[in-house]
Design a protein around this ligand. Sequence first.
Ligand code: FFO
Ligand code: GTP
Ligand code: MG
Length: 465
Amino acid sequence: MVIGLTNDDTISAIATAVGEGGIGIIRLSGDKSISIADKIFASNAGKRVINTPSHRVLYGTIIDPENNETVDEALILVMRAPRSYTCEDIVEIHCHGGPVPLQRVLAITLGEGARLAEPGEFTKRAFLNGRLDLAQAEAVIDIIRSKTDASLKAAVGNLSGRLSEQVKGLRHAVLRMIAQLEAAIDFPEEDIEEAAAADVAELIKQADLQLASLLATAQTGRILREGLATVIIGKPNVGKSSLLNALLREKRAIVTDIPGTTRDIIEEYVNIRGIPLKIIDTAGIRETADVVERIGVERAKELVGQADLILLLLDSSTPLATEDKSVLTLLSGKQALVLINKSDLPARLEVAEVEKYTAGRQVLKISVTQGMGLEQLEKEIVNMVYSGQINQGEAMFVNNVRHANALRQAQQRLADALTTIEAGMPTDCIVIDLRAAWEKLGEITGDTVGEDIIDQIFTQFCIGK
Ligand SMILES: Nc1nc2c(c(=O)[nH]1)N(C=O)[C@@H](CNc1ccc(C(=O)N[C@@H](CCC(=O)O)C(=O)O)cc1)CN2
Ligand SMILES: Nc1nc2c(ncn2[C@@H]2O[C@H](COP(=O)(O)OP(=O)(O)OP(=O)(O)O)[C@@H](O)[C@H]2O)c(=O)[nH]1
Ligand SMILES: [Mg+2]
C-alpha cells in the first residue's frame, strides 16, 4: 500500500465498532475538519463549529447539505491542533450507534471533501507529528487487542512510554560512547585512544546488562500479548476435551466415552489468572486406520512443535500403555506439565512410574470431572509464565516480537564492539559497531526506521484508529 505524503488531506472514518451500539463516532482529522463539520451540523443553541474553542462539545443535528434532510441527532467534539490525538484539527461526530446513521454521516463528510482514512492513519499521523513514538503507537493496538487485565496493563505501560524511555536512555548512552571515542581520535597520543576504548568497554558491559534485563521480559511479554500457545495431548479418551471445557468453564468440546471423539483441533482463548492461554484440544494420539482421525493425529503432532506449553494427559485408571509412551516422547525439548487424570478412579498408575518418562517435568494428579487439582494446575501455569520475574505488578514487559528482535540485534552489535576493542582494532571500527547498535535501538522508537516498516505496522490497525 502506498500512503506516502498525504498529510494535507482531511481524513474521516467511523471510529467505533461496526454493528449496533449506544452511540457511534465518526472522526475527522486535518485542516478541513472544522469547516466540514460546520457545514453539516446545526447546533440547537445556534452556535457554529468554526467558532467553538478546543475541547468543547456542541449539541444539535447532522443535516445532509445535498437536500437539507436531518440525518441524526448528534454531539460534536472539537479538538484543535496541536492539542489533539493527531496534533491536527479533529472533530468527532457522536451520533446514534447504528450502521446506517454512521455510514450516512461518513458519506456526507466524504461528500464535503474528506478522504476515507487508511487503516491506522489517525495513529500514524500521531506518530508522524511526534505525539507518539513508534513503540507507543504499537501499544495503542496492543491495548485494543489485549486479552486479559495483565496484557492491558503491559500495553498501557508501553503507551505511557515506559519502554521508550529505557530505549532512549540506552541510545543516549551509546551516543555518548561514540562521542568519547571520536574525541579521542583527534588526539595524537595513542594512549588516549586506548584509555577511551577501555572506558567504553566498561560502559558497553553496563548497557548489555540493561539490554539483558529488558530481553528477560520478552518471553512473558509476548505471552501477555499473543497468549500462551497451550496444546492438550494424550491418547484417546484420557479426558482432553473435558479439561478444555473445565478450563473454559463451558461445554465447548464434545465429550463422550468413545475413544476418538475429537477429530479436528479446537482452539479457544481462556484467561488463567490474568494470563491469556490460547488453548488447543487435539485428537487423541494413536495408530488408526481411520483416515479422518489419522489426519487429526498428524495435526496434533505438528501443533506440539509450535506450542509454548504442553499439557499431557494420562489416565490414572489404566497402566501406562504403549500409546502413552509414544505421546511422552513428543515432550522432548518442550515445556510441559504431565497430568494424571481420572484420579478419582481406583489407581492403576502412580506418579513414580510416570516420572521415569518425564525427564524431571512436573507430574500432577487431577480429576477433571471432580474438579480435583485444577486449581494447582492453574497455579503451576502461572508460575511457569512468570518464573524468575519478580515484582510482576510493576514490571515493564517487552511484549512485541519486533522490539525484542531489535533489542537482540543491538545487543549483538554491542558485543561486536566489545570484541573489536578487545582485539585492539582501530577506534573507527568500534564506532561502526556502536553506530549499528544505536540504529537498531532507534528502530524500536521509530527514529531510524524505513517507511516500509512504518506502513506495515499501521496497516495492521483497524480503520478509524
Ligand atoms: N472520544 C474519544 N475517546 C478516546 C480517544 C479519542 O480520540 N476520542 N482516544 C484516542 O483514540 C483515546 C484518548 N486519547 C487522546 C489523546 C489525546 C487527546 C488530546 O486531545 N490531547 C490534547 C489535549 C490535552 C489536554 O487538554 O489536557 C493534547 O495532548 O494536547 C485526546 C484523546 C481514548 N479515548
Ligand atoms: N472418572 C473420570 N472420568 C473422566 C474424567 N475426565 C474425563 N472423564 C471421562 O472420560 C471420557 C472421555 O473424555 P473426553 O474428554 O472426551 O476425552 P478425550 O481425551 O477428549 O478423548 P478423545 O477426543 O476421544 O481423544 C468421558 O466419558 C469423560 O466423562 C475424570 O477426571 N474422571
Ligand atoms: Mg476429545
